[in-house]
Design a protein around this ligand. Sequence first.
Ligand code: ABU
Length: 540
Amino acid sequence: MTERCSQQVYNPWWPCSATSVDCWVAFLRAHFRAEAVTDVTVYLFYSDLLPSKDDKDLTQYFLLQVVDILLNYIKKTFDAKSKILDFHHPHQLLEGLDGFNLNLSDHPESLEQILVDCTDTLKYGVKTGHPRYFNQLSSGLDMIGLAGEWLTATANTNMFTYEIAPVFTSMEAILLKKMYEIIGWGEAEADGIFSPGGSISNLYGILVARYKLYPEIKTKGMAALPCIVLFVSEQGHYSVKKAAAVLGIGVHHVIEVKCDERGKMIPDELEKNVLQAKTKGQAPFCVIATAGSTVFGAFDPLHAIADVCEKHKLWMHVDAAWGGGLLLSRKYSYKLSGIERANSVTWNPHKLMGVPLQCSAILIREKGLLEACNQMQAGYLFQPDKLYNVDFDTGDKSIQCGRHVDIFKLWLMWKAKGTCGFEEQINRYMELAKYFYKVLKEKDNFQLVFDAEPEFTNVCFWYLPPRLKYITKGLEREQELHKIAPKIKARMTEEGTAMISYQPCGDKVNFFRMIFSNPATRQTDVDYLIDEMERIGKDL
Ligand code: ABU
């Protein structure tokens, strides 16, 4: 260490605060028994940490400094008055900012620099746990989930075999069982796996649906199949089309079914589309129903869709990536009534349940199908003659080889909250959505997209600047209104005061989509957002 740890001039930023600098000097004194260490610091490198050197104290000190950085960030995250982000354009970040250089060099950087880089990475990022972060369906920063991520990263293992992930694969089995029960399926008939997100879970649903009807797909490919088609509502997630493209089905073979005025699939339209496809010589095989659509938060009528599926022998997949968490609420789970009739379900605990990204499950109401569909029996991983029950090797069910451990943070959160804790949190989001809707309804400078209580925690609305009142309803007014949401969002982003998403949809020009899925959000933050929109928007 001595040759490379030359003493350098004191670096004023290290390590972040005066108290920490004192600690650092004290640490160095003790560590190097060098009383001379006063106002100087020593440069150390990754090679001074475990396992290169047997220096547990230094490794501990370095990691504690990282924790200190994280704790400072967490404190700021939950302070409503702190900025959600310090926005910079991509070229600014790529060019480098004030000591934060993204470029990589051939030579090692000191541990000090590594700690500065950790600080800056958080500094220039987005605080998705901030109480006024409403931008995505997944938001919030759960402390238990975070602890789960830390532990998972420390364990650094792979989900493909019980052999190297005995505890995590067992936890996955327990969690999947719990989710089947909540949906209303018996354990003996169900199967599942955690996947890298809702899009991949939806892809699994379609993949297994096709395999069930056409098992020859696995060996012979699409050439052996008729022209297969599937159905999803106009408000369904775009990942369904993506999956169709990836699976060689083709985007043109995804038939979009009309929705009612609230964005729910119309079952009669579904049946009409199925019959039309058959008349054209196409082979319908699957319907994707949505439980909690991305923009409107709509729930398709699952029982009526299940009736159509049963009548026409179609696989029913429910994309409950967003809405699945509502099954934990005794008050609101009725919105997913009929999900128990589905053949497969996507459910993302990283959305409504607030589990840190990523955490998504594909659940299938037929044991063995997932494995039959994806199994390749790689001899170097899935030896049948291992010392344990190899049914716990999950790798041949998945389309990946390596699979990240997404289960532990969910398991730990469930332990910490109990099912009731999730329920309470989710019910609170529903109440906040109703509150937000009621406040906007009373204001003449806001207009709701649906003049009815929200179906879910999505609340869609326009802000109307005063000048729009003087433009008569029609194309010109719509064109002007279309420009308002992006302008308000841009100002909010630049000022870092709040984040909320917007989009056009069908014949509706750009409108805001409010989402409640952040445990840090309170009514005061909702009131703040409204005031902020009025402040920024009144002169637009
Ligand atoms: N379906 C992915 C989530 C998109 C969103 O947060 O709006």
